[in-house]
Design a protein around this ligand. Structure first.
Ligand SMILES: [Zn+2]
Length: 376
């Protein structure tokens, strides 16, 4: 692949922190660590920082490929985070020291942030998976008692880089055909579908597939409409007009660890669904030590994923989604992923900025100032 080499900005610029005012604010308005709440620090260190760092090779790759705008957006992603602290704890009740105030029992929620929404951004993929989990959990609470659920995986033979876009287009059409099949329509009352693409480095081929959760009536397993695995395969082959397809996986969603974890069937199922919809492509499938390989795969995935719907809800899933007034999993809010927060009930707001490889506390906004700052 011939990629025009561009001069790469230094690391600090790439991370979107050298020029903007974040750094100045950190210097001017630095708050001592004793004021911070340790639970936010822990979360930043264990969850946010690794995701932010994971995006760095992607930024470099985008610059090398000449995707300057994308590079800048991903570099700037998550450089600004605000967590709101909500109360619920009596002073002196044995919480963590947090500026002298116990904070165990308080909750911290992301309040404001800047996300780039790039399809391959590790930070945004992570937020999206939480969002999907949140939405599916709510949907399951509403419909789990009414249906049984099946996991269906629809695959096609691996394809080359040149064939990927065409294959994805055919799969989208194939899904529509399958969902209009009378056997399908007789039993499937709703679905959640997610696209995943894996990359096979040895063969240099791509493996696109759909993960689908199907809602079927409670009576499904004893009904004459029951569809055997071979029939699913045959229906998918027909929908794709490709008899060389050999892989279709269908299984009943089971709640194996119900007693152990104390989770309900709906929660378990929502977790499983979030897991399958976590990423369209795992970052380990496009970010490699080898920069040339990274560039090659990313340059294939960017056009293949552009304007493509990665997840969709249908039937009873879509109705519940609408009834719950949930927003779009792809274009919707990545900040308030489990419901809107009210800044007027927040006790404090902790504002963090990303600067040369770490999150630093910029300032703490106290209750008296929150209303003035946010709800004018
Ligand atoms: Zn992002």
């Amino acid at each position: 692949m011939n990629v025009g080499k561009k001069e790469e900005p230094n690391r600090c610029e790439l991370l979107g922190s050298s020029k903007d005012d974040v750094v100045h604010r950190i210097q001017d308005n630095c708050t001592t660590s004793s004021d911070k709440c340790q639970s936010i620090d822990k979360e930043l260190e264990e969850k946010w920082t690794p995701k932010k760092q994971e995006g760095e090779p992607l930024v470099m790759c985008y610059y090398r490929l000449g995707y300057e705008e994308k590079a800048k957006r991903v570099a700037d992603c998550g450089t600004f985070l605000e967590f709101a602290r909500y109360g619920g704890m009596q002073e002196g009740a044995g919480g963590l020291p947090c500026g002298g105030v116990p904070c165990t029992g308080d909750s911290f929620k992301l309040h404001r942030a800047n996300f780039c929404r790039d399809r391959l951004c590790p930070m945004c993929s992570w937020r999206r998976s939480y969002k999907i989990f949140g939405q599916v959990s709510q949907i399951m609470d509403l419909i789990a008692d009414k249906y049984e659920f099946l996991f269906l995986t629809l695959t096609v033979p691996n394809c080359t880089a040149d064939e990927l876009i065409n294959t994805l287009n055919n799969m989208a059409k194939g899904w529509i055909k399958l969902s209009r099949h009378k056997r399908f329509k007789a039993v499937v009352k709703g679905f959640f579908k997610a696209l995943e693409i894996t990359y096979n480095q040895t063969a240099d081929t791509y493996h696109p597939h759909f993960h689908v959760v199907l809602a079927v009536p409670k009576s499904y397993f004893n009904s004459r409409d029951y569809i055997q695995r071979d029939e699913w395969l045959f229906m998918w082959q027909k929908a794709m007009n490709d008899s060389s397809i050999t892989q279709v996986d269908i299984r009943k969603a089971k709640d194996k660890h119900k007693e152990k974890t104390g989770k309900t069937a709906a929660e378990k199922l929502a977790s499983a669904v979030a897991e399958i919809a976590k990423y369209a492509v795992k970052s380990s499938d496009y970010l490699f030590e080898d920069e040339e390989l990274t560039d090659k795969v990313v340059s294939v995935l960017v056009p293949a994923l552009a304007d493509r719907r990665l997840c969709s809800f249908g039937g009873c899933f879509a109705e519940a989604h609408k009834q719950l007034q949930l927003d779009d999993t792809e274009n919707g809010d990545l900040i308030h992923i489990d419901g809107q927060l009210r800044s007027d009930v927040a006790l404090q707001i902790y504002r963090y900025g990303w600067s040369c490889g770490a999150y630093k506390l910029i300032e703490v906004i106290y209750k008296a100032n929150i209303l003035a700052e946010y709800d004018e």
